[in-house]
Design a protein. Structure first.
Length: 412
């Protein structure tokens, strides 16, 4: 059976921890809500927790102070024997979201040899949004010093017949249950089951068939959902290891990164739009140049339609000569060019009402866009390449991946 780059891993889980306290949301969530993280601190207290193995991005200004503490805690947890090792396995995840829907996933290791985050890549595993390279050096430094990795990466497969992951939902009675607990901060519930032996072989064969059936003309099997910069940092660190050790690096554990694979067509997976608000601009000048560049037709017509909010007034427009196959791509590309020439600041907003409120005062423009279609998502990545940053969001913050499984990536 051919290896397509997603394989079982040697996974670490705490042996006797309070799992609700152990597992916490990804570091890049609630970045403007200190109350959330203070509540997490109060919940965790002195218990062993993934909170002690990462730095919430709201505290990035404390990175230098906290970094040695984090790596020291990783070492202590290992030396104290808090982990049990689940060797050569996937983990099938049943995640009950805050709205009651169940999202399925498969935790395993992605081979960084098949991943490339550069513009125009034709790799088997591709980024979906632009990578901000200035954010990578600090993350590479953290990974190079860390003993453990914990994934908040969610990677997508385009499996409309639901052949790879969903079948395990009918097999849980035959699988070893690894965890089963309520997530903190009203974030739902999670169960995990060991997938090894013939069950792991089934998953690998299903991935192989998915490749053969849908990918041979333009081989793209995996696409990034969440955690783009974390995977990019893992890739850069592995490339550094290859430069340092040559051929020996292919056997280094950091060649792989632990991720959760999710089916794009999972009924509980929702793509939500991320809107834009542009601050400190001459709105009349902006709209004139926007029209000259992209060809705007007033009103809703066939094609790419969006809503502009200026001084509380809303107007619909449709692109007559779009340069991108997704609406938000045309908007973002023009905003980037305009801000570079004339100044201004962009913020990325989830709620429609928040956009309307922010764009109700002078010198601001709000853009309300529809979410990208899941059915055409892989085709758009293949045709357009990397999408503009903040093109889509995979659900609300409380439904993002929580840190839970760990894996050794460097020696003690």
């Amino acid at each position: 059976m051919k290896n397509y780059g997603f394989i079982p891993a040697d996974i670490l889980l705490p042996a006797n921890a309070d799992m609700t306290k152990w597992s916490c949301v990804a570091c890049d969530q609630y970045t403007s809500e200190p109350d959330y993280w203070e509540s997490v601190e109060n919940i965790v207290g002195d218990s062993v927790s993934t909170l002690r193995l990462m730095l919430p991005e709201i505290y990035l200004d404390q990175a230098d102070k906290r970094f040695d503490q984090i790596t020291g805690t990783m070492k202590k947890y290992i030396e104290d024997g808090i982990f049990k090792e689940i060797k050569n396995s996937f983990v099938f995840v049943e995640r009950t979201l805050a709205n009651g829907k169940i999202r399925y996933g498969l935790v395993g290791a992605i081979d960084l040899e098949i991943y490339d985050f550069c513009e125009g890549t034709k790799s088997l595993c591709r980024p979906t949004e632009a990578t901000v390279t200035s954010r990578l050096p600090a993350r590479v430094k953290v990974r190079s010093k860390a003993i453990l990795e914990m994934p908040h990466i969610m990677m997508l497969i385009d499996d409309p017949q639901k052949t790879v992951i969903q079948p395990f939902a009918e097999l849980t009675g035959s699988l070893e249950k690894l965890y089963d607990f309520k997530l903190m901060m009203n974030s739902g519930y999670i169960k995990g089951y060991r997938v090894n032996g013939r069950y792991a072989d089934y998953a690998l064969k299903a991935i192989e068939k998915l490749y053969i059936d849908s990918c041979e003309n333009d081989p793209m099997l995996f696409a990034m959902g969440d955690g783009n910069h974390s995977l990019a940092a893992a890739k850069l660190y592995y490339e550094q290891l290859k430069e340092k050790y040559g051929q020996k690096a292919i056997n280094h554990p950091a060649r792989y990164a632990l991720v959760e694979l999710v089916n794009l067509h999972d009924s509980a997976l929702e793509f939500e739009p991320i809107h834009r608000v542009l601050f400190d601009v001459d709105t009349e000048k902006f709209m004139k140049e926007f029209n000259n560049c992209c060809g705007l037709k007033s009103g809703q017509h066939a094609g790419q339609t969006f809503t502009v909010v200026i001084n509380g007034n809303e107007s619909k427009y449709t692109f007559t000569s779009p340069k991108s196959s997704v609406t938000v791509g045309n908007i973002q590309n023009f905003i980037d060019d305009y801000v570079l020439k004339y100044g201004g600041k962009t913020d990325y907003i989830h709620g429609d009402d928040v956009v309307r409120s922010l764009a109700s005062v002078p010198d601001r423009i709000g853009f309300l866009v529809d979410g990208i279609s899941k059915d055409s998502f892989f085709d758009v990545i293949k045709s357009d390449g990397i999408l503009p940053r903040k093109t889509f969001s995979m659900g609300h913050a409380q439904d993002k991946r929580f840190y839970l499984e760990c894996r050794l990536i460097n020696r003690l």
